[in-house]
Design a protein around this ligand. Structure first.
Ligand SMILES: O=C(O)C1=C[C@@H](OP(=O)(O)O)[C@@H](O)[C@H](O)C1
Ligand SMILES: C=C(OP(=O)(O)O)C(=O)O
Length: 407
């Protein structure tokens, strides 16, 4: 499904209930499988959370998690310690190109039995669940934080917990902290000091309702819309000023691009502010890789330049996001260059009209480019990809007055 997006509304007004965080949901679904007396509220309706739930509930030998990175990584650890069960864990074509070796080797150090079905280092993998008693493990920390979250999530159920020594620069740190914070919410003791994470064993937790905050990565598209509109008052629920999600850095980032954020109870309201916007912005996004695409497109729409660093993980996500951005932004007339871990956009005011944007099976390519419709009509190819994290995205965009038609 290709969608043509256009709008004549330059004043955006709406109140939108955004789905729950997929990162929090997929952690909590795994924790609920370990501790069935916890109850979850405001869970994500994303495909990634649906496949996670199905995989945890099912009993099949072949478990297919499609495009969901968190499900792939978290379930690798889950099945590895699930004594007596054997599964083959696989996913989409792209998932078979996303590395898993670092996590597999860490689990093997602990005594797990995991082998590769095809290419060494990549899914599909065969996992024979074992009782794990070893607790010390070293892991390279610069490839994906999801490996570290995966080990931490299953750790409370291990006889001796876990002590993880992180080697090298640590990437996507807020996601690790989110994992530990959710464990702490269940009264599971953890520590993260220097490069060592400890999670202490806990066989039972108190019954508790765990309420997922709405997804901040999904909120990023509304920050972008507010920045690009002439006027905007967009209220989003349910959000907290102090969030477990690192992407809440959006508040400070978009302040520089003319968006004010106000919190009241569980609602945050984004308003467009008139005033000075710099010709170029610089952001280090090692902590917040998922909002890189949103920010670049906002800058193009504002006619400003940007220099983004800390992007080395973008190459192994749903697609090579740096390359995808380079190609699609160039189609729009942007002057953009990328390296292995950074991106530079030169300020310019012209944007080509009616450009078909390819989305590379990447939900964030589709959603990040959509706000540009405030500037020029734009076509988003294979727009259904948004369901990976935000199935209601196109409907929510309509409530802001966008005309959306199939092309
Ligand atoms: O743990 C998580 O929920 C996530 C961690 C990040 O991945 P990396 O640690 O691989 O950068 C992020 O990009 C992904 O969308 C979700
Ligand atoms: C990178 C992402 O997800 P995952 O790694 O879980 O597939 C994302 O949602 O942007």
């Amino acid at each position: 499904m290709n969608l043509l997006l256009q709008t004549s509304h330059s004043n955006l007004q709406a109140q939108i209930a955004v789905t729950g965080s997929k990162s929090e949901t997929n952690r909590l679904l795994l924790l609920q499988a370990l501790f069935p007396n916890i109850t979850l509220a405001n869970t994500s309706n994303s495909d990634d959370s649906e496949v996670m739930q199905k995989a945890l509930k099912g009993n099949e030998e072949i478990v297919d998690i499609h495009h969901a990175g968190t499900a792939m990584r978290f379930l690798t650890a889950y099945f590895a310690v699930n004594e007596g069960r054997e599964v083959v864990l696989t996913g989409s074509q792209r998932m078979t190109e996303r590395p898993i070796k670092v996590l597999v080797e860490a689990l093997q150090q602990l005594g797990a039995q995991i082998s590769y079905e095809n290419e060494v280092g990549y899914p599909p993998i065969r996992i024979k669940g074992q009782k794990i008693t070893a607790s010390k493990v070293n892991i390279p920390a610069n490839v994906s934080s999801q490996y570290i979250s995966a080990l931490s999530l299953v750790a409370p159920k291990l006889e001796n917990g876990i002590e993880i020594t992180l080697v090298g620069e640590i990437t996507s740190v807020p996601y690790i902290k989110m994992t530990l914070a959710l464990l702490n919410d269940l009264d599971i003791k953890t520590s993260f000091e220097g490069n060592v994470i400890t999670v202490y064993p806990k066989q039972k937790v108190e019954s508790k309702v765990m309420t997922v905050e709405s997804d901040w990565s999904s909120a990023s598209y509304f920050f972008s819309l507010a920045a690009l509109a002439e006027n905007a008052t967009i209220s989003l629920t349910s959000y907290k000023e102090t969030s477990l999600q690192g992407d809440s850095a959006l508040v400070e980032i978009y302040k520089q691009m003319g968006v004010d954020t106000h919190f009241e109870e569980n609602k945050m309201t984004l308003t467009k502010q008139a005033g000075f916007i710099p010709q170029t912005v610089n952001f280090e996004l090692n902590n917040t890789p998922d909002i890189a695409q949103t920010i670049v497109v906002t800058c193009l729409g504002l006619g400003i330049g940007c220099h983004l660093t800390g992007l080395h993980t973008l190459k192994i996500k749903e697609t090579d996001r740096l390359e995808a951005l380079r190609i699609e932004m160039t189609k729009l007339g942007a002057n953009i260059s990328v390296t292995n871990d950074s991106l530079t956009l030169v300020a310019s005011n012209a944007i080509n009209h009616n450009v078909p944007i390819a989305t590379y099976n990447d939900h964030r390519m589709a959603m990040a480019f959509a706000p540009l419709a405030l500037k020029v009509p734009i076509i988003i190819e294979n727009a259904e990809v948004v369901s990976k994290s935000y199935p209601d995205f196109w409907n929510d965009l309509k409530t802001l007055g966008f005309e959306i038609s199939e092309k």
